[in-house]
Design a protein around this ligand. Structure first.
Ligand code: HEC
Length: 268
């Protein structure tokens, strides 16, 4: 009994705490494999035209298995990547099954490990110790996403279950799963939904949509600056075509309404 409790407890605390990624010099011996070269369309450099960079590192799934054990592969779990400056990126785990990701620690043929961020007008951002990159050369969809899910200065990883609990509560139909991920990806780094999300503008979208009609909502998220010229809220998926953007905006609205209904009365 005691052993069982101790085992459970170890499992729980392991899931709660972030685990440091090994130093780049140790990764090869830890995984017992040499680094591979991976050529990607670098989203931070590809604002005007696609620009390729070749990085060197190890497949993310092998790194995660080694650092976190197999628990990160459980259903509905996010891989949380923590950067040196406290930036937190939560990545739905199925993404690592759908696309190939790599933790990289150098640029092939260069002594410096840094990149310019053309979109945010920043130069020579240090990328180390680890930068998570995605094999996007064959995927227009991945390229259209830009730098979402490409955390740099990554130092620690953690298994995170908070998203699924908050965004897919028991009373919400499972068919909302992909809409919940869309909303998470594009809105919840700044806003919250059912209490979960970011702190940049911590309004709860599931509550906000109760007072908004669909048209009003889609007009705002598709071009916030047209309604409020000085706003810092970015437009939704600016690189996609108008019909696809409209579909995304409506899907997010309907999901937030459903989430609102599913959690009504269960809070406060
Ligand atoms: C980078 C941060 C950021 C992201 C990402 C973001 N927003 Fe915003 N949002 C803001 C800020 C800041 C405001 C406040 C608007 C202002 O006054 O400039 C805002 C305002 C809003 C409002 C208006 C609330 C009101 O008071 O009327 C809604 C609704 C909203 N956002 C929905 C969304 C949705 C839906 C998404 C995802 C598609 C999203 N936001 C993504 C930063 C963000």
């Amino acid at each position: 009994m005691l052993a069982l409790v101790a085992g459970l407890w170890a499992g729980l605390t392991q899931a709660e705490e972030a685990t440091p990624l090994p130093a780049p010099l140790e990764m090869g011996s830890r995984l017992n494999s040499a680094a591979t070269d991976i050529r990607v369309i670098e989203p931070h450099l590809s604002v005007k035209q696609p620009t390729a960079v070749t990085y060197r590192g190890w497949p993310a799934k092998a790194v995660l298995d080694s650092v976190l054990g197999k628990g990160w592969r459980a259903k509905g779990v996010d891989v949380e990547v923590r950067a040196l400056d406290g930036y937190v990126s939560r990545i739905p785990n199925q993404r690592f099954e759908r696309y190939q990701a790599y933790f990289v620690s150098e640029i092939v043929g260069q002594s410096l490990f840094e990149v310019d961020n053309l979109e945010q007008n920043e130069k020579r951002i240090p990328l180390g110790p680890w930068y998570l990159v995605w094999d996007n050369t064959q995927s227009a969809a991945l390229q259209a996403e830009g730098g979402t899910y490409w955390p740099y200065q990554a130092a620690q990883v953690r298994i995170s279950t908070e998203r699924q609990k908050a965004l897919m509560p028991p009373r919400l139909a499972v068919s909302w799963q992909s809409a919940s991920e869309l909303t998470h990806q594009h809105c919840l780094s700044c806003h919250r939904a059912n209490g979960f999300g970011g702190d940049k503008k911590p309004i709860d979208l599931a509550e906000v949509v109760r007072g908004m009609r669909q048209n009003e909502f889609t007009r705002w998220v598709l071009s916030p600056s047209r309604i409020k010229p000085d706003t810092t809220m970015p437009a939704l998926q600016p690189r996609l075509d108008p019909a696809a953007r409209e579909r995304s905006a409506r899907e997010i609205y309907r999901y937030l309404r459903a989430l609102s209904a599913a959690t009504d009365g269960t809070k406060h």
